[in-house]
Design a protein around this ligand. Structure first.
Ligand code: DQA
Length: 146
């Protein structure tokens, strides 16, 4: 099956961006590790990082046409602001897992609310880059049962 990983704004800076919150692993390292795990399980995984809301919305819409089976998304700052990206995920009705590197509930109040969580199959927050791995393993497990 096809699995899509989406990363929101500023996640291109991972590795150097506020490492106390986001760790030292780069986005390229995360995407490579995920692609390897997916391939080993017989799936294909593609990743997109964008700082632009409209690009993420367009990618979600395209995912429906491609028959993507699962989306793993870290909406980053759009978590707390983007009705448009939430609506795109609702529109395509592709199951998705929401991932945050940091524990958004342990940070500023404005990070406590996510527009995505009530639509997500699950939410992982605070486990660093490993959260993406856990999300992918869960998606792969679910695909076995289909
Ligand atoms: C984040 C948490 C968000 O609040 C923040 O805006 C990010 C990254 C995380 O992965 O911990 O950019 O989604």
């Amino acid at each position: 099956a096809q699995i899509l990983v989406l990363h929101g704004p500023n996640l291109n800076l991972l590795g150097t961006r506020e490492p106390a919150h986001y760790g030292a692993t780069t986005l390229a390292e995360i995407d490579q590790a995920l692609a390897g795990i997916a391939a080993e399980a017989g799936h294909t995984l593609s990743s997109l990082q964008s700082n632009a809301e409209h690009e993420l919305v367009a990618r979600v819409q395209q995912a429906a046409a491609e028959g993507v089976a699962w989306i793993i998304i870290n909406p980053a700052a759009f978590t707390h602001t983007s009705v448009a990206l939430r609506d795109a995920l609702a529109a395509v009705a592709i199951p998705f897992i929401e991932v945050h590197l940091s524990n958004i509930h342990a940070r500023e109040d404005f990070r406590h609310h996510s527009y995505f969580s009530e639509l997500a199959a699950g939410v992982i927050s605070g486990l660093g880059a490993y959260g993406y791995t856990l999300a992918l393993l869960s998606a792969i497990e679910t695909l076995k049962n289909n």
